[in-house]
Design a protein around this ligand. Structure first.
Ligand SMILES: Nc1ncnc2c1ncn2[C@@H]1O[C@H](COP(=O)(O)OP(=O)(O)OP(=O)(O)O)[C@@H](O)[C@H]1O
Length: 283
């Protein structure tokens, strides 16, 4: 990993030192261009929202950032270094993510799920693991302590010994975040972290994301819940049909007529009905 890069302030004036720079990212599936020349810069400790209608290309863009897809063209740099094209290597480089559809090891405990997320930071090899020598035991102890701290941080420490499949839905989403954070990332990508949550859980998730930033991480978050996005993000980028339509502060984005026409449907006013936040979805 190299040092962070200094960039010009972005459209919202929020970017000083960048951790992520995506340039001209394009992803085609046969004749369909799911992501079309998208640029995105994420600053140190910045919280960036990625919004847009269903099928706009948001998750595909995340997949291009995390090595799940190799973009048809464009490049992605993390702290100045072009990212490798394998998800495991991207995680090692410092980018972690959660998934829209929760992906936990259902029959492992909550604690074990987080310890799995730490695996890319442990140096113990196969023989050490088979022999369970002192170095292996020390690494496992560190991993366990780290996992416990993260579970407490996410407020689900009391469930450490439960099977993941027995957790309430909202807590499963928190567990996904804990597992992603176990890889010690500098940037975390959250794909619809409040999907299926009630308003109280959604507000709690907003606080969690602020606390993640306080720990020194940058965050990119995909969400359909506009109240969540506009109350949380320093900057918001809007994708429509694979292209970035608008990017700016929440104030700029929610007042933009193109965004209203293509996505929001009616002008967004915080606390007012109309802009889908009541339904919790804007697509
Ligand atoms: N592996 C794939 N093969 C072919 N087409 C794909 C593939 N993945 C995504 N697509 C298509 O790319 C487009 C963008 O999909 P994507 O899931 O990225 O949108 P999205 O903005 O995340 O939508 P949503 O808000 O519904 O999750 C869609 O038309 C989708 O059908």
């Amino acid at each position: 990993m190299t040092s962070t890069m200094t960039t010009e302030p972005g459209p919202a004036g929020a970017v000083g030192t960048s951790v992520l720079e995506a340039r001209g990212v394009t992803m085609r599936f046969g004749g369909l261009t799911a992501v079309d020349g998208v640029d995105l810069t994420v600053g140190d400790r910045e919280i960036v929202g990625l919004i847009g209608p269903n099928g706009a290309g948001k998750t595909t863009f995340f997949n291009c950032l995390t090595g799940l897809y190799v973009p048809t063209s464009g490049d992605v740099r993390y702290k100045g270094t072009v990212l490798p094209s394998k998800p495991y290597r991207v995680t090692q480089a410092g980018i972690a993510r959660t998934f829209q559809n929760i992906r936990l090891f259902a029959n492992m405990t909550v604690l074990e799920n987080v310890m799995v997320g730490r695996h890319c930071r442990t140096k113990e090899g196969l023989f050490s693991a088979i022999g369970r020598g002192p170095r292996y035991r020390a690494a496992e102890r560190d991993s366990r302590e780290n996992a416990r701290e993260l579970l407490d941080f996410l407020g689900i420490g009391r469930h450490a010994g439960s099977l993941a499949r027995n957790l309430p839905y909202g807590d499963q989403r928190k567990l996904e975040i804990a597992r992603a954070m176990a890889s010690d990332p500098g940037l975390i990508l959250l794909d619809e972290p409040t999907a299926g949550m009630n308003p109280q859980e959604t507000r709690a998730t907003q606080d969690v994301v602020f606390k993640i930033r306080e720990r020194g991480l940058a965050v990119v978050v995909i969400e359909h819940d506009m109240r969540f996005i506009f109350g949380l993000c320093d900057r918001v980028a809007v994708l429509v049909q694979g292209r970035k339509l608008v990017e700016g502060t929440p104030q700029v984005v929610r007042a933009d007529e193109r965004v209203i026409a293509a996505y929001l449907g009616t002008p967004y006013e915080d606390g007012a009905a109309g802009a889908r936040e009541d339904e919790g979805t804007a697509s």
